[in-house]
Design a binder for this molecule. Sequence first.
Ligand code: UD1
Length: 340
Amino acid sequence: MKVLITGGCGFIGSHTCVELQNAGFDVVIADDLSNSKAEVVDRIEQITNKRPEFIKANLSDKEECKKVFEACGKDIVGVINFAAFKAVGESMTKPIEYYKNNLGILLNVLDNMRQYGVSYFVQSSSCTVYGEPDSLPIKETSPVKDATSPYGHTKQIAEQMLGFITSASDIKAIALRYFNPIGAHESALIGELPNGVPNNLLPFITQTAAGIRKELRVFGNDYPTPDGTCIRDYIHVVDLAKAHVVAMKRMIEHKNKKDLEFFNIGTGHGYSVLQIINSFEKTTGEKLNWSFADRRAGDIIQIWADTTFAKEELGWQAKEDIDSMTLSAWKWQQRLDEKK
Ligand code: UD1
C-alpha cells in the first residue's frame, strides 16, 4: 500500500517515511524543498534499503498539487500532511503567507483526494491548539483556546475544516496533536535541519554545544514551576513518526470510531528547560554555555499530555526517554558538523 507524504523531506516527515517503509508501506514524497534538502531521500533509502518516490512540488499551487495526484493519485490509500510553514514568530509578521500556504495546501490536497477517491488523511496538528491549559495533564476533550499566533491558528482552522469536510465526504481523518518533537533517528542520517538561527530549544542547545552559537538563553526563570523555567512534553521524533503509521493503519483497517479523530501525541511527562539542559550535559558529557534571559513573548508556562486516549484507542505509546532524545539530537548535530 502506498501513502503520499507531503513535506516528507522535513524533520517529522522524513522520520515518518522511514517508519512507514519499515512497516511495509510504499511512500511517495511531495516536497518543495523550501525548508529541507533533496538528499534526505538518499538518507531514507540508506536507512530502509528502499527508495521512496520523490516529486518536487509546491502543493499550495493548485496546478502543482494536481500534477502530484496525476502521478500517484490512483495508487495511494492515504495522505499524511506535513507540508506547512512552522515558525511561530515568523507567522506573526507574515500571517497572510501562513494562512495561504498552510490552508491552501490542505484544501488542494483534500480536493484532489476527493477527486481521486483517496480516503485516509493524517494531519499534523499541535498541542498549541490548547493554549495555556486550565488543568494538567491535558486531554483531547480540553477546550481549544483562542490562538496566539497565525501558525497556531492555521492548526486550529485545519482541524475545524477537517470536521466539516470529513462529514460531507468519504474522507476519514486523524489529527495528531504533537507535543514537542525532538531527537533524531539512531543512525544520525536524518534529523532536524533548522534554517538560520534556531527558534526551538533542542537545535539551539546542540548548536551551542557545537560552538555555532555562543550561548543558550533560557527564557524566564520566574515561572510558577518547580525550577522557574517552562515545562513541555518532549517526544522523540521516532516515537512520533510511529504514531503516524498506527493512525494510517487504524483508518485502513476501519478501526476509527469517528470520521475525524484527535489524539495527543506526547509522553505524558513534563520537563523543564533546566531539566533538558541537565539531561543533555549528562548524556553527552558536554558543558553547555547558558544563562537566564527575559521571558519570551507568547510562551505558555507548562503543558504535558494526557496520553490515555492514544494508549487505549491507538495502542500507541512513546517508548524513548528524555536522555535518548537529547543524546540522539547531539549525535545528529555531530554528524552535521562532520559533513562541513
Ligand atoms: C513551539 C510551538 C509549537 C510548535 C513548536 C515547534 C507554541 C505555544 N508552541 O513550541 O506549536 O510545534 O514550537 O515549532 O507556539 N527556550 C529557551 N531558549 C531557547 C529556545 C527555547 O529557553 O533558545 C524554551 C522556551 O521558552 C520553551 C521551551 O524552551 O519554554 C521550548 O521552546 P520551543 O522549542 O521553541 O518550543 P515551544 O515554544 O514549546
